[in-house]
Design a protein around this ligand. Structure first.
Ligand code: ZN
Length: 213
């Protein structure tokens, strides 16, 4: 049961959270809705188009197959929704968290600044995002490489076995590499704060950094 079942959601609602409701299979249209959070709603199959939606989080919803186009969407979180196989192009998206799902391809998002991907085995490449500042990739066994991102400041790679080298990012400040022993080529400046579980990477970093000076 939730506010929608109880008819307690006002028409002008701006933020709506639906937690563990087994009764509803769709969500009504709300003109002013800006943030929508759906968690463990097994019967919901689709979400309406909301003109003003800025934040959308969908977690543990196994029957949602598609997400509509939202022209103002800034933040999208999809976690553990294995029937979602694609995500639309959102011109204003700044933050994307996507985990444990069957999305095949990441679209081009011109304003994307933060990208976190974990356990998405169908994703085989990451596009170039001109404004990307923070990138986290965990347990993505089929991504073989990461593009060059001019503005990248933070990079975290964990257990991505196909990645063997990392491009030189001129604005990188933080680098974390865990359980990715295949990475053997890495060029960084001395200003980069590096954390890794692999001594080989560390030695190579220091060598490349000192030979660059
Ligand atoms: Zn309900």
């Amino acid at each position: 049961m939730c506010g929608i079942c109880d008819n307690k959601v006002p028409n002008n609602v701006e933020e709506l959270k639906i937690d563990r409701c087994d009764n509803i299979n769709s969500i009504p249209y709300y003109t002013n809705l800006k943030e929508l959070y759906i968690w463990r709603c097994d019967k919901i199959t689709n979400i309406p188009y909301y003109l003003n939606l800025k934040v959308l989080k969908i977690i543990d919803c196994f029957n949602i197959k598609e997400i509509p186009y939202y022209p103002k969407l800034k933040k999208l979180v999809i976690y553990n929704c294995f029937n979602i196989t694609s995500i639309p192009h959102y011109p204003n998206l700044k933050i994307l968290y996507i985990g444990t799902c069957n999305v095949n391809t990441l679209p081009y998002y011109p304003k994307l600044e933060v990208l976190k991907i974990w356990n998405c085995p169908k994703i085989k490449s990451i596009p170039y995002y001109p404004n990307l500042k923070k990138l986290n990739i965990w347990y993505c066994s089929n991504i073989p490489s990461i593009p060059y991102y001019h503005n990248l400041k933070e990079l975290e790679i964990e257990d991505c076995r196909k990645i063997t080298s990392i491009p030189y990012y001129p604005n990188l400040k933080e680098l974390l590499i865990l359980w990715s022993n295949n990475i053997n080529k890495l060029i960084v400046d001395n200003k980069v704060n590096i954390t890794t579980d692999n001594d080989t990477i560390k030695l190579l970093c220091n060598f490349e950094a000192s030979s660059k000076r």
